[in-house]
Design a protein around this ligand. Structure first.
Ligand code: HEM
Ligand SMILES: *[C@@H]1O[C@H](CO)[C@@H](O)[C@H](O)[C@H]1NC(C)=O
Length: 496
């Protein structure tokens, strides 16, 4: 074998043989595949998944109802379950068998690309942020009024044109950060710029790490610059504020009347109790921003596009909002009475959503599902969110956007179960079960306040003659047409 070509042939045949033997013994191969499944050729399938995830997930969902199928991610197969009963089964499996934490860690390589997932960060979002919504709301409304005026620069009754998605991304970052870090940082453009750029750094880091063999990840991971760079950049903004607030906490000893009411403050207090450093606080703010900016802006843009595409929905929504605000003001209670708007948001989330898959899990041991599907340890498992949301068994006329389908429900207790934030086996845009999105109550209030304000203050339509443009899928991510322009015209409203 002195000829290098022979050597190459030799190695290729060994690799093919190993792949063939492993394939015969891998229980994963008994799960039906969407796309080509032979070794190496499956990479063609993963290319297809990047461009046609929607069709592939729908095909698997319909062919393997109440069972499971697999789709090719670029370096591995993921199993996807079909139907709400299987969604329920997936979310109920114990964490030791089907782990959300392991999946989240590996999916984005969080530890190296963003920051280690800290249970206290998540708890602060789930508990403190949610419980403080009523007191936070006036600040959010104030920020929404100021930000919308900056971002939709109307003069008199003229129409202005604004690109929807980037406008909403900026708006969400600013309004959310009013609740995360407060004024004046939430209006600092250098601070806000960071959050629109950071996700692409995360994707870069994740792409590199997914090519690194497992045993080397803990060596290569810490060498990636972006997470450290991002945390350093955030710390530049936050550290002086943190120091100042810590000092005030010590000085006022529990009698600090003007104590800020935001996530930064809760994280500072938790950190002081736990003896954690500034780094822990900055990581918490970064995680909250990473979890919220794009999910929220994509969700609110989906809904906005339905309004601009079908302005006939504006009138019934305006009547509801005017009436409730007239009697209750801009309060948390008022927002919870906006059933039509809530239904509109839930319907938009059902019809569009942020991802074709959710209820992300990773099998930590071999798991056999109730339909007999055997999932080997190490496999990623998902619910087919978009296909579930378009399943006739779950929704009448699932392919029709019916904005008030949930507010029409007569029984109040049923309507409560069908709110924007209420996850169910047939409604999984926020995941479902113990690890469902901890920020969804905040997102619901924030998005509702933004939409209510815009609905009262503006007429809107798409630039040009077409209606709502189609969503774009990138892998399983669902994005509203990123370049679509909306025309706005200021209108008078005494309750805005
Ligand atoms: C409409 C907006 C949002 C959507 C659609 C959304 C969706 C999701 C989904 C699907 C998951 C994963 C659940 C799973 O796969 O089982 C998740 C997790 C998460 N979300 Fe959200 N989210 C939104 C807003 C927010 C906001 C505003 C925050 C922060 C305040 C946030 C913070 C997080 C965090 C930290 C996690 C990880 C949870 C954990 O580690 O336990 N999200 N979100
Ligand atoms: C956050 O919420 C928890 C649970 O309600 C509470 O025990 C804790 O004191 C709160 N933290 C802060 C800093 O307010």
């Amino acid at each position: 074998m002195d000829n290098p070509i022979h050597l190459l042939y030799f190695f290729v045949s060994i690799i093919a043989l190993v792949a063939f033997v492993r394939r015969r013994h891998d229980p994963l191969n008994r799960i039906p595949a969407i796309g080509p499944s032979a070794p190496l050729v499956s990479y063609v399938g993963s290319y297809r998944y990047f461009h046609h995830a929607q069709e592939m997930l729908q095909e698997g969902y319909e062919k393997y109802r109440k069972s499971a199928f697999r789709v090719p991610l670029w370096n591995q197969w993921a199993v996807v379950v079909s139907g709400s009963r299987m969604n329920e089964e997936l979310r109920k499996l114990p964490e030791e068998q089907m782990s959300f934490l392991a999946a989240a860690d590996e999916f984005m390589q969080l530890k190296y690309t963003i920051a280690p997932r800290h249970p206290v960060h998540v708890k602060t979002m789930r508990e403190n942020l949610t419980r403080n919504m009523a007191t936070l709301l006036p600040d959010l409304i104030d920020e929404i009024r100021a930000a919308v005026q900056d971002m939709i620069p109307t003069h008199g009754a003229e129409w202005v044109s604004v690109t929807g998605l980037p406008m909403m991304t900026r708006l969400i970052a600013r309004v959310s950060n009013r609740a995360f870090v407060g004024l004046p940082t939430c209006r600092d453009s250098e601070y806000l710029d960071f959050f629109s750029q950071f996700p692409s750094d995360v994707v870069k880091g994740k792409a590199i790490l997914s090519m690194v063999p497992k045993p080397l990840k803990s060596l290569i991971g810490p060498l990636l610059p972006w997470s450290r760079r991002g945390l350093r950049r955030l710390a530049r903004h936050l550290k002086p504020i943190i120091e100042e607030r810590k000092k005030a906490l010590r000085e006022f000893e529990g009698n600090w009347v003007e104590k800020p009411n935001d996530m930064l403050m809760w994280l500072i207090e938790e950190a002081m109790v736990m003896g954690e450093s500034t780094e822990f606080i900055v990581q918490g703010i970064l995680s909250a921003n990473f979890g919220s900016t794009h999910t929220s802006s994509i969700s609110v843009t989906h809904a906005l596009y339905h309004l601009a595409g079908s302005p006939q929905y504006l009138q019934p929504l305006r009547e509801e909002i005017e009436g409730v605000i007239e009697s209750h003001g801009w309060t948390k209670q008022a927002l919870s009475m906006l059933w039509k708007l809530d239904s509109f948001m839930r319907e938009s989330q059902r019809f569009n959503g942020v991802s074709g898959t959710s209820i992300m899990r990773k099998a930590l041991s071999d798991v056999t599902l109730s339909d007999g599907t055997r999932i080997p340890a190490g496999t990623f498992v998902y619910a087919a969110a978009a296909a579930t949301h378009r399943d006739e068994e779950n929704y009448d006329n699932p392919n029709v956007f019916d904005p008030f389908r949930f507010s029409k429900i007569k029984e109040e207790s049923e309507r409560v179960k069908r709110q924007f934030v209420s996850t169910a086996p047939d409604y999984v845009p926020f995941g479902h079960g113990k690890y469902a999105c901890p920020g969804r109550f905040f997102a619901s209030t924030e998005l509702k306040a933004i939409l209510a304000h815009i609905i009262l203050c503006y007429d809107m339509k798409f630039e040009g003659a077409g209606g709502r443009p189609d969503n774009v899928w990138v892998g399983p991510a669902i994005i509203p047409a990123p370049k679509a322009k909306i025309m706005f015209r200021r209108r008078r409203s005494k309750n805005a």
